[in-house]
Structure formats: C-alpha cells, structure tokens
Ligand binder design. Structure first.
Ligand SMILES: Cc1ncc(C[n+]2csc(CCOP(=O)(O)OP(=O)(O)O)c2C)c(N)n1
Ligand SMILES: [Mg+2]
Length: 256
C-alpha cells in the first residue's frame, strides 16, 4: 500500500478517535480494524489492504509520534498552562497531552497563526502567576516572536518555552513531500542554538538531545525562577501526512 493510502487511513482513524472521544493511541486494535473493515466494504478494498492499514496505524503510533511529547506529558504538573504553536511538531500535543483542569490549554486552533504560543504564554503567566506555564513551539514559529524573551526578562515573566527544532517549516515541507514528490523549495531554515540565544538575554537555556532527559529538564526549567528556553532537536524527516492527503484524488495532484 502506498504511503498516501496509509496516510488516508490514518486520517480516518483520527476521525474515529474523535467520534469515540478518545485520544487515537487509546483506540484498541479491534476498534481500528472494525472501522477500517467498514470503510473497506464501502470502498470495495481487500482484507489484506485493511490489515496493512491497521499495521500502518500502529507503526505510526509506535514509531512516528513524538516520544518527546509522551515524556513531557509525564513531567508536567496538572495545573501547568500549555500554549501550543501552529507547526507540525507542536501539533502532536493536541492528542498526546492530557488536560484535567479548565483553562490550562491555549491554542490558535484552525486559525493556525504561527508565533502564537510564546507571547500567549507570557500573557497567561501574567494572568495566573502561580501556575507553571509552558509554550511549545517549532523552530520557525518560535523565530516569529522570539524577541519577546526580552519582554519576559524585563518584566520577570517566568515561562518555559520548548523549541522543537527540525530546521524547517515542517508543515509546509510535509505538503511538498506528499503532493510534490519531495521537490523541496523554500522550506529549510537555519537556526541559532536556542539555549545560547536564551543566555544572551540573561534567560536560562537548555539543550536536550536525549528523550529520557526531557522530563527532568522541563521540571528543572519550570522550577528555575527565570524565563527559560529548552531546545530539542527533532528529526527533520518526521512529520505527519497532511490531513488533506485523504481528500486529494490522484487526478487533483500535479505530476512531478
Ligand atoms: C503567521 C503564519 N505564517 C505562515 C503560516 C503557515 N505555516 C503553517 S505551519 C508552518 C511551518 C511551521 O514550522 P515550525 O514552526 O518550524 O514547525 P514544524 O512544522 O517544523 O514542526 C507554516 C509556515 C502560518 N500558519 N502562520
Ligand atoms: Mg520546524
């Protein structure tokens, strides 16, 4: 089965999860299988295609979804306010982070404005100074408002910002990968080291390249009493299949 078809199935499974009100990784293999068989009957696909799709879905969750986000979920105190930016890497937080308290999750949703998370985190911290506040960014989105670290320092607004750095506009690159046969243009970007960037402003800077250290570093940063930036390098080839892949017909795709 092609990667595109797998992507389309994964997209459907997201909808199924939403329908059950579950996070996709909480769906049982049986639920996934039953739903995909239902789709297959509608679309007259073979059983082996469905089995491959179930495997693709499991593979996606076991290997592709960021282990970083899993580690984060375990590290965050329940009253932490999390702000999510609009890139592909931060977006994993939508279904991997769980929230139990009201008004602890701030996102631009479908408006998708990049650069949202860091300044919104500063506002959230001013509004609820006692709560830990974490902004989750990709590198591109962070650079849109990174200068606000100066504001944070000047006013002593102690947020922690996680920058998941893949040195690219990952969400855009994903479109070029899936719809334009990996003919990339204008989607790779360069970055400074964000731990060093933070220190230049007098903030705390951390660089984490081992997944099992993320929890401890975030806990330390949240307790540090100064604004902090935590950079995590992530795989530049790892981004999800765009949801719109499921809606594109082969005829609608431009040929390479
Ligand atoms: C202000 C603004 N400009 C452009 C876009 C289009 N856009 C959406 S995601 C994205 C790439 C985001 O890159 P990054 O923040 O590094 O996150 P990644 O997808 O790499 O995880 C772009 C350019 C947008 N959503 N908002
Ligand atoms: Mg990026």
């Amino acid at each position: 089965m092609s990667e595109r078809t797998q992507g389309a199935y994964i997209h459907h499974v997201y909808h199924l999860a939403k329908y059950f009100g579950l996070s996709p990784d909480k769906l049982s293999d049986e639920q996934v299988r039953e739903y995909l068989f239902h789709l297959a009957r509608e679309r007259k696909l073979s059983a082996s295609t469905v089995n491959q799709a179930v495997n693709a879905f499991r593979f996606f969750y076991d290997h592709v979804v960021h282990r970083e986000v899993e580690a984060l979920r375990r590290a965050l105190p329940p009253d932490t306010i999390v702000t999510l930016d609009a890139g592909a890497a931060p977006a994993y937080g939508y279904d991997r982070l769980h929230f139990t308290k009201p008004r602890t999750f701030l996102t631009p949703l479908d408006l998708g404005g990049l650069g949202f998370a860091f300044p919104v985190a500063l506002g959230a911290k001013l509004g609820r100074p006692g709560a830990p506040v974490l902004a989750i960014h990709g590198d591109g989105g962070f650079l849109m408002n990174a200068q606000e670290i100066e504001t944070a320092m000047r006013h002593g607004i102690n947020t922690v910002t996680l920058v998941m750095n893949n040195n690219c506009w990952g969400s855009e690159k994903a479109y070029q990968k899936h719809f334009y046969a990996e003919r990339y243009i204008g989607c790779d970007i360069g970055n400074p080291r964000y731990d060093a960037f933070a220190r230049l402003f007098g903030a705390a800077g951390y660089y984490v390249d081992q997944v099992d250290q993320i929890g401890d570093v975030i806990r330390t940063a949240l307790a540090g009493g100064v604004p902090a930036i935590v950079e995590v390098p992530i795989d530049p080839d790892e981004f999800p299949t765009p949801a719109t892949a499921a809606r594109k017909t082969p005829a609608a795709r431009p040929s390479p």
